[in-house]
Design a protein around this ligand. Structure first.
Ligand code: UGA
Length: 430
């Protein structure tokens, strides 16, 4: 099938590429000429495992192309995906201006029946607004359907999540686009849920908020574990064996971040508010997340006493493993808090150092993770990169003025760290 994706951010670029990989012909549109030129020349603006190879392969096969022209994109395909950002507003709401602008652009470009699919994360009832806008701005007589098709990919695992989805959610207002949507997703061999458009939009916000809730829940449990001498990983393992609960997203941490959970939680709280419901539960999820960071910083300052002038090594700057994304990264927030207390930082991340430089100044960026601890009063693990487990701990201990480690991701075994001579403090474990 022929399809067009408008917006080549994380969602648009990975979605378009994976559609091409299963044999569809995909045109990706972006209004940033620099980005389009980079993509056309075989470059890629983000780090996402496996994506660059797939883009090159599908461009070479003639199934994937890039353009700045919405008119060209709309003309080429019958299915048009909207995958533009929906950034947060200061009041916690959602900035819908990109979606609205693209809806008008599509309206101006359509000359025959099109299926317009919203992939961006949007408040419930956005589909109705998009349809209304297109109807208002397109020439009379042109038929179209608006469909909601939320994405569930995780950064760092985007290709895997797209190629093997747990489910595909398709929200419609009529049966007309259903066959095309089924055909589009048939190669992925995943369960396809056809539902109404409002429910599809809500599934996305409700899912992200639930996952964030799961993390805040285990983080709250980690506080009880620390106070009682229990081990939060043991508790999570035991809980996770119940299939009704499941083990995933029960890893206690210094808090969740990224461009999705914090934004989507705020948005869902505001959407609920506007619909007359005070979603207090989700406000607590946010509060627990903020407290988790505060508790971690306190753990560091309680141990080191005065932070002013202390040299601290930080491993991890990305908001999670396998990505170079530092948006709303707990690791960056932690660094900034430590800096405000006067600490001097040596930092490292396998992928995110370039992007971090724009937001984190006056730190020493170290090129080798095994060099970070040298001369430090403490070492902090801030992102769950698996390679940090292979840190040369003997070398780190010898190079530090005091072998103290604060592990915000529970990567190491407390007993083993003690055996190696570290004062080791993690989350929810004695
Ligand atoms: C999240 C969802 O997992 C995706 O399903 C969704 O499609 C995406 O948002 C989106 O809306 O676009 P993402 O933000 O890429 O994906 O990353 P996650 O893997 O969900 O991690 C989010 C944060 O939670 C990270 O800071 C991570 O370190 C933290 N986390 C995750 C924990 O602290 N504990 C866990 O057990 C899991």
């Amino acid at each position: 099938m022929k399809l067009t994706i408008i917006g080549t951010g994380y969602v648009g670029l990975t979605t378009g590429t994976c559609f091409a990989e299963v044999g569809h012909h995909v045109t990706c549109v972006d209004n940033d000429p620099k980005k389009v030129a980079l993509l056309q020349s075989g470059g890629i603006p983000i780090y996402e495992p496996g994506l660059e190879e797939l883009i090159r392969k599908n461009v070479a096969a003639g199934r994937l192309s890039f353009t700045t022209s919405t008119v060209e994109g709309v003309a080429k395909s019958d299915v048009i995906f909207i995958a533009v950002p929906t950034p947060p507003l200061d009041d916690g709401g959602v900035d819908m201006s990109f979606i609205e602008k693209v809806a008008r652009e599509i309206a101006g470009a359509v000359t025959s029946y099109k299926i317009i699919v919203d992939k961006s994360t949007v408040p419930v009832k956005t589909g109705e607004k998009v349809a209304e806008t297109i109807r208002r701005y397109c020439r009379a007589g042109v038929e179209f359907d608006v469909v909601s098709n939320p994405e569930f990919l995780r950064e760092g695992f985007a290709v895997e999540d797209l190629m093997k989805p747990d489910r595909v959610v398709v929200g419609v207002t009529s049966q007309r686009p259903v066959a095309a949507m089924r055909e589009l997703y048939a190669p992925f061999q995943a369960p396809i849920m056809i539902t109404d458009i409002n429910s599809a939009e809500l599934i996305k916000h409700a899912s992200n908020s639930f996952l964030a809730l799961k993390i805040s829940y285990i983080n709250a449990v980690s506080v009880i574990c620390e106070a009682s001498g229990a081990d939060v990983q043991e508790v999570a393992n035991g809980m996770g064996m119940d299939v009704r609960i499941g083990r995933r997203f029960l890893d206690a941490s210094l808090g969740f971040g990224g461009s999705c959970f914090p934004k989507d939680l705020s948005a869902f709280i505001q959407i609920a508010q506007q619909l007359g419901y005070d979603f207090a539960l989700l406000k607590d999820v946010q509060r627990i997340n903020e407290q988790q960071m505060e508790r971690f910083v306190k753990k560091i300052s309680d141990t080191l006493w005065v932070l002013k002038g202390k040299q601290i090594g930080v491993l991890g700057l990305a908001f999670k493993q396998n990505t170079d994304d530092v948006r709303m990264s707990p690791a960056i927030e932690l660094c900034q808090r430590l800096q405000r207390e006067g600490a001097v930082l040596r930092v490292y991340d396998p992928q995110a150092m370039e992007k971090a430089r724009a937001v984190l100044k006056d730190v020493t960026y170290v090129e080798d993770m095994n060099e970070v601890a040298t001369g430090c009063d403490a070492l902090v693990i801030a992102t769950e990169w698996p390679q940090f487990k292979k840190l040369d701990l003997e070398r780190a201990r010898k190079g530090m003025t005091h072998p103290i480690m604060f592990d915000g991701r529970n990567l190491f075994d407390p007993r083993e760290m003690e055996r190696l001579g570290f004062i080791y403090k993690s989350i929810g474990r004695r």
